[in-house]
Write a protein that binds this ligand. Structure first.
Ligand code: EPU
Length: 301
């Protein structure tokens, strides 16, 4: 979708940067996605005005975080993409509190806090993506989730059309799901973390890194786990037991390392990946009577 010159001029006045004809294949970890215009939100105070502008001009829009948990449609996209600048995100520590911009890299935040002797997030170290994306999905690994550490989130709230600060207790953090609305834009978070010596945190980080390296296809294009685990079960184990590792549709393939990771072996497109997801879901339904739910977020045209 392309933004008209009139809207582009207004966006410029509001301090946003317009990037035309951006390929989302280059902005997502799966390396899949079509082309559209992208609006870089350089000022958070003008976000409400920008949202009103997009609504009044009937411009469909989606917010892209780190691009590590999203499968984007092919071709010319029917929506524009909003993005926060990722250079030099704000991070500071005060006592046991960490104040971090949503555009910060999640792993970068974990190490920054570790250097200030704040731990509790060691399990999140290898989870790719932004802090904002981790908040929205309640990212977790190796027994750690971000949700329980959240004390405040500053965000653009779609329901009120303004910037608000929510207390942690006002947000529901479930397994890979939160009470944030799809159009809410995370801006900043305040976390409360337990004190721990840097060396101890590093040792924990090392253990998680090793476990991850041993079981996940880290150097391949993926969006992490494709399906949520069904309650009490493991999607990866079931797919593996069905002998589906290596199963492919075009260049979309079930990883031969972890069966709940689907990788792009080269030139996979969204249609290939969706077909593979549907095939695997169907095979699991037939064999186990379980309907797997997507963990990856799919942006269809
Ligand atoms: N397993 C297999 N074959 C496989 C994959 C896994 O038999 O191909 C077995 C493992 O041996 C283990 C069990 O299934 O007994 C669980 O596997 P694993 O420990 O790898 O964890 P998971 O449940 O598959 C979850 C998260 C991951 C997170 C890991 C580590 C979900 C959907 N996945 O995976 O998160 O990194 O635990 O804590 O909750 C993600 O969210 O994208 C993600 C990758």
């Amino acid at each position: 979708m392309r933004i008209s010159d009139t809207v582009a001029a207004r966006l410029k006045e509001l301090g946003a940067e317009l990037r035309q004809g951006v390929s989302l294949a280059e902005q997502t970890s799966l390396g899949i996605g079509g082309t559209t215009d992208e609006i870089l939100l350089r000022r958070s105070d003008t976000i409400p005005e920008i949202m009103r502008l997009l609504t009044s001009e009937k411009i469909p829009h989606r917010f892209l975080g780190g691009g590590t948990n999203v499968l984007v449609d092919d071709g010319e996209l029917s929506f524009v993409v909003l993005h926060l600048p990722t250079s030099a995100p704000g991070m500071r520590v005060e006592g046991n509190s960490a104040y971090v911009d949503a555009s910060a890299d999640l792993g970068g935040m974990v190490t920054f806090c570790a250097k200030h002797d704040l731990g509790g997030m060691e399990g999140l170290i290898g989870v790719p993506g932004s802090v904002g994306g981790a908040l929205r999905m309640n990212a977790g690994a190796y027994g750690t989730q971000i949700g329980p550490h959240v004390r405040e989130v500053e965000l653009y709230r779609a329901a009120s059309g303004g910037i608000e600060t929510l207390r942690g207790s006002e947000i529901r953090f479930d397994y890979r799901h939160t009470s944030f609305a799809p159009d809410d834009v995370m801006l900043r978070v305040k976390l409360e973390l337990p004190s721990k010596p840097f060396k101890e945190i590093l040792a924990g980080i090392k253990v998680c890194n090793e476990k991850r390296r041993g079981s996940q296809p880290l150097n391949q294009k993926s969006a992490g786990c494709i399906f949520k685990n069904p309650s009490g079960g493991s999607a990866g184990r079931m797919i593996d037991e069905l002998g589906l590792k290596g199963h492919r549709v075009g260049d979309a393939m079930v990883s031969d390392r972890h069966a709940n990771f689907f990788v792009n072996k080269g030139n996979a497109n969204c249609a290939d990946m969706l077909k593979l997801i549907d095939d695997v879901r169907e095979r699991v339904r037939t064999a186990y009577g379980i309907e797997l739910e997507n963990e990856v977020i799919v942006w269809r045209n």
